[in-house]
Design a protein around this ligand. Structure first.
Ligand code: PLP
Length: 432
């Protein structure tokens, strides 16, 4: 008998949370680390939202509340989603959760039997692949291409849909690529799903970056396409749009009362409820007109940073970087760097037990962190299956412009530092 149950070995993780230990180690060694790893806005939550939570706390709004969310907040969510997507949302189909992450596991648990196929974007948010594997689903990665700015069309999805496809994850705007799905592509994807998908196939639309779109674009949801509301689990939350990551506030909108009841029961079984004073603050975020101005200023700043980072990365020998249209990430291709510095050969020469948990882009990630004080994230942090020959890094632009400039300067030095890279590999530390 073993202490830890066998199933746990199938559970993946989110390296963004794990990298903190490496960064702390570098800082303890005296390195000034520029953090391109952060998956959260570097802005504080607006004061009026904080004030609402504080007032609710002082008024004693500190008890258990309905497991699927307080009625006033569910109504506010339904109103915001209805108005922004041009659809009619029933507040009784809204299930409030502690962040936009729980609905991922809830959906895989609710819909996927062992062997059922689940399509998900790769590169994509790592928790999709983690839960699909954990629940015994068959992971079917939809590989997104740099040449298409990490968007995809119905033609790319069509070959992956089979009669066993049970769930399709989509995420626009995307973590980690900043890719955005446009209306025409979404219309065609929706039509494809209607034509080719099993009637019980569900689409999981992760819209947690809905407010963070650039160049005057509007966020479009697949749930707005004809026939899709009845098939879509629409998920979003306050973490990114309202700079509220630590509050843990999100929601899922389910297609039917039956599915909503399952999500409600999953809440009962895991968290009981989302704190009511947090939900009241979430309602204030929607209803106070000051919020939109604060979001607009934040998004404008993210766009300025994107406008700097993408050309600056493209100017580095060995790096290409697709332009992004949303979220606060850029996803440069470092294949040229891997060839220039001999990273792929160095990786191939590693012992098997290190190779199995590392990759060429991981070696670059660690080299740049430990030798240049630049924290980035490797390709495999965003989907492992079928990615051995893909060499990318994710940089978050949720850090001030000055730091972005200094960080990219350091990257340009690191990718030209052949002696430093050779010495790093020879030292044999931090290779995974
Ligand atoms: C695509 C995506 N979905 C969901 C989440 C989880 O969001 P939350 O912090 O609200 O749980 C994240 C967080 O990084 C994300 O990037």
């Amino acid at each position: 008998m073993s202490l830890i149950a066998d199933r746990i070995s199938a559970l993946g993780s989110e390296n963004a949370f794990k990298l903190g230990d490496n960064i702390a180690e570098c800082q303890a060694m005296g390195l000034d680390v520029i953090k391109f790893n952060l998956g959260e806005p570097d802005f504080d939550t607006a004061r009026h939202i904080c004030k609402s939570a504080a007032e609710n706390l002082y008024q004693g709004n500190t008890h258990y509340c309905p497991p699927h969310g307080i009625p006033s907040f569910r109504k506010a969510i339904a109103k915001q989603v209805s108005e922004s997507r041009g659809i009619e949302i029933d507040p009784d189909l809204v299930c409030v959760t502690t962040g936009a992450k729980p609905p991922i596991s809830y959906s895989v648990q609710t819909y996927v039997n062992p062997g059922d196929e689940v399509i998900y974007p790769s590169p994509g948010f790592p928790i999709y692949e983690s839960w699909i594997r954990f629940m015994g689903g068959k992971p079917v990665p939809l590989h997104l291409e740099e040449s298409k700015s990490f968007s995809f069309a119905a033609d790319d999805l069509a070959p992956l849909i089979t009669p066993r496809t049970k769930l399709i994850f989509i995420n626009s705007p995307s973590n980690p690529t900043g890719g955005v799905l446009g209306k025409v592509d979404l219309e065609e994807i929706a039509q494809l799903i209607l034509d080719k998908g099993h009637p019980d196939l569900r689409i999981y639309s992760d819209e947690v970056y809905e407010e963070i779109v650039f160049d005057g674009l509007d966020h479009v949801s697949i749930a707005s396409m004809p026939g899709m509301l009845e098939r879509t689990i629409l998920v979003s939350g306050h973490s990114k749009s309202f700079a509220m990551t630590g509050w843990r506030l999100g929601y899922a909108i389910l297609p039917t009362a039956e599915e909503h009841a399952v999500f409600k029961n999953l809440n009962i079984n895991s968290i009981s409820c989302t704190p009511p004073f947090i939900q009241e603050a979430g309602r204030e975020a929607y209803e106070n007109p000051m919020t939109q101005k604060i979001i607009d200023a934040m998004v404008a700043e993210f766009q300025i940073r994107r406008d700097y980072a993408v050309p600056a990365l493209n100017a580095i020998d060995g790096i290409t970087c697709a332009n992004t249209r949303g979220a606060f990430y850029v996803f440069p291709n470092i294949e040229g760097v891997c060839h220039n510095l001999g990273v792929i050969d160095a990786y191939n020469d590693l012992a098997e037990e290190i190779k199995s948990v590392s990759s060429p882009s991981k070696l670059m990630q660690m080299f740049m962190l430990y030798k240049y004080g630049v924290a980035t994230m490797d390709r495999k942090s965003f989907g492992e299956i079928g990615t051995d020959d893909k060499h990318f890094l994710r940089l978050s632009t949720a850090t001030d412009l000055e730091s972005i400039k200094r960080g990219i300067e350091r990257i340009s030095e690191a990718v030209a530092d052949q002696d430093g890279f050779t010495a790093f590999i020879s030292a044999g530390e931090h290779l995974k």
